[in-house]
Write a new protein. Structure first.
Lengths: 173, 195
């Protein structure tokens, strides 16, 4: 085979590998960067105030929402996620895998009693271990939990902050 | 071991490095320079992608991580982004714009301005968005939002002084017809006006 053709082949194969590697790594790198920059611990919620231009950890923050975020780590076993939702305003708790895939969401309309509690695990067998609780299986060991609470009216913000503070993450093992 | 296809010892490594750099560079450019040209949802200046593909489509997943990290599933929220006005000209804070529209058919909707870095645009008024509850409506129930660096009494969205910016529509729990045919929904227009 001609040396030039061989060289071009090597460059093309390496370029394809570099292309897909970069695309694969990017979401995971961004999550790691956010975790590093925010200094937050895994399985420990961070309760944010209203978003302003000073909030520069996560892109495209919605200034109408109160957020609670927590990175999760299931290497040491399952965790319990619980909290309340407001009576009238939109709220949701959502789970993201380590590639940022949103694989679970529970909103206020799906929570008639305005309270939620579920187990997050990597192990399918935990469904039998916790028969009386909702068990969600994560596609990855690491990920993110994000709670959104819509500030429907400015006068409701203190009440909504109380709802925000009800969000808890508990390590079970 | 280092000899590939009989090339000189050091050549393959150099070629591999060049290839990796070229491939990574192309990927970086495609991830960070989303112009909306390959959007699957197009309605006037508004562009969007089917976020149900996140996780299945690696390029979209990387783009979302960069520009819309922690986006929700489309069953929950529809996100649309405008990088241009209704005539296709790039949005720039050196110009003034008016957004004209009618209420969107969703439980909650908002229009938010972001800088080129995808973060909220710094401004002294501390105003970053309008939503269904805080926008002031016209007598015919439509709304007009004024984008300008100079203060405006009516639905003022401060744009900062210079640089590109983006507008994002969020529609939470949209009505069925919105999901069925987003292209047919009457979304706000964005018109450039004289300062």
């Amino acid at each position: 085979m001609n040396t030039t053709i061989k060289s071009i082949l090597i460059v093309i194969v390496a370029a394809v590998a570099g292309y897909f590697l970069t695309i694969f790594i990017t979401p995971r790198y961004i999550l790691l960067k956010i975790k590093f920059n925010s200094g937050s611990k895994m399985n420990v919620p961070v309760y944010s105030d209203m978003m302003t231009e000073k909030d520069r950890h996560v892109v495209m923050p919605n200034p109408d929402f109160l957020y609670v975020a927590s990175g999760y780590n299931l290497l040491n076993g399952p965790i319990r996620i619980s909290g309340k939702m407001p009576d009238s305003s939109y709220s949701s708790v959502s789970l993201y895998a380590d590639n940022t895939l949103n694989y679970f969401i529970r909103n206020d309309r799906q929570t008639p009693d305005k309270k939620y509690s579920f187990i997050l695990t990597r192990n399918e067998e935990d469904k039998t271990k916790y028969p009386n609780e909702e068990v969600v299986v994560s596609p990855s060991e690491f990920g993110t939990i994000l709670t959104r609470i819509l500030i429907d009216k400015p006068e409701n913000i203190e009440r909504l902050k109380e709802v925000q503070q009800s969000f808890k993450v508990e390590e079970l093992e | 071991m280092l000899r590939i296809f009989g090339l000189k010892k050091s050549t393959p490594i150099l070629l591999i490095i060049i290839g990796l750099l070229v491939g990574s560079g192309i990927a970086y450019f495609r991830i960070h320079h989303w112009t909306g040209k390959d959007a699957t949802i197009v309605n006037g200046p508004w562009r969007g992608n089917n976020l149900a593909e996140v996780g299945k489509n690696p390029l979209l997943t990387a783009r979302i991580a960069v520009a819309t990290l922690y986006a929700l599933n489309p069953s929950e929220v529809i996100y649309l982004v405008a990088t241009t006005d209704s005539k296709g000209e790039e949005l720039n804070a050196e110009n003034d714009y008016v957004i004209k529209g009618i209420p969107l058919d969703a439980r909650y909707w908002s229009i938010t301005m972001y800088g080129e870095d995808y973060f909220l645009v710094p401004n002294r008024a501390g105003k970053f968005s309008y939503n269904l509850d805080n926008v002031k409506y016209e007598s015919d129930s439509s709304f007009v939002i004024n984008i300008s660096s100079l203060k405006n009494e009516h639905n003022w969205l401060p744009s900062g002084d210079k640089g590109k910016f983006y507008l994002t529509i969020r529609m939470y729990h949209s009505q069925e017809h919105v999901y069925k045919d987003i292209q047919a929904v009457q979304l706000p227009t964005i018109e450039r006006v004289k300062k």
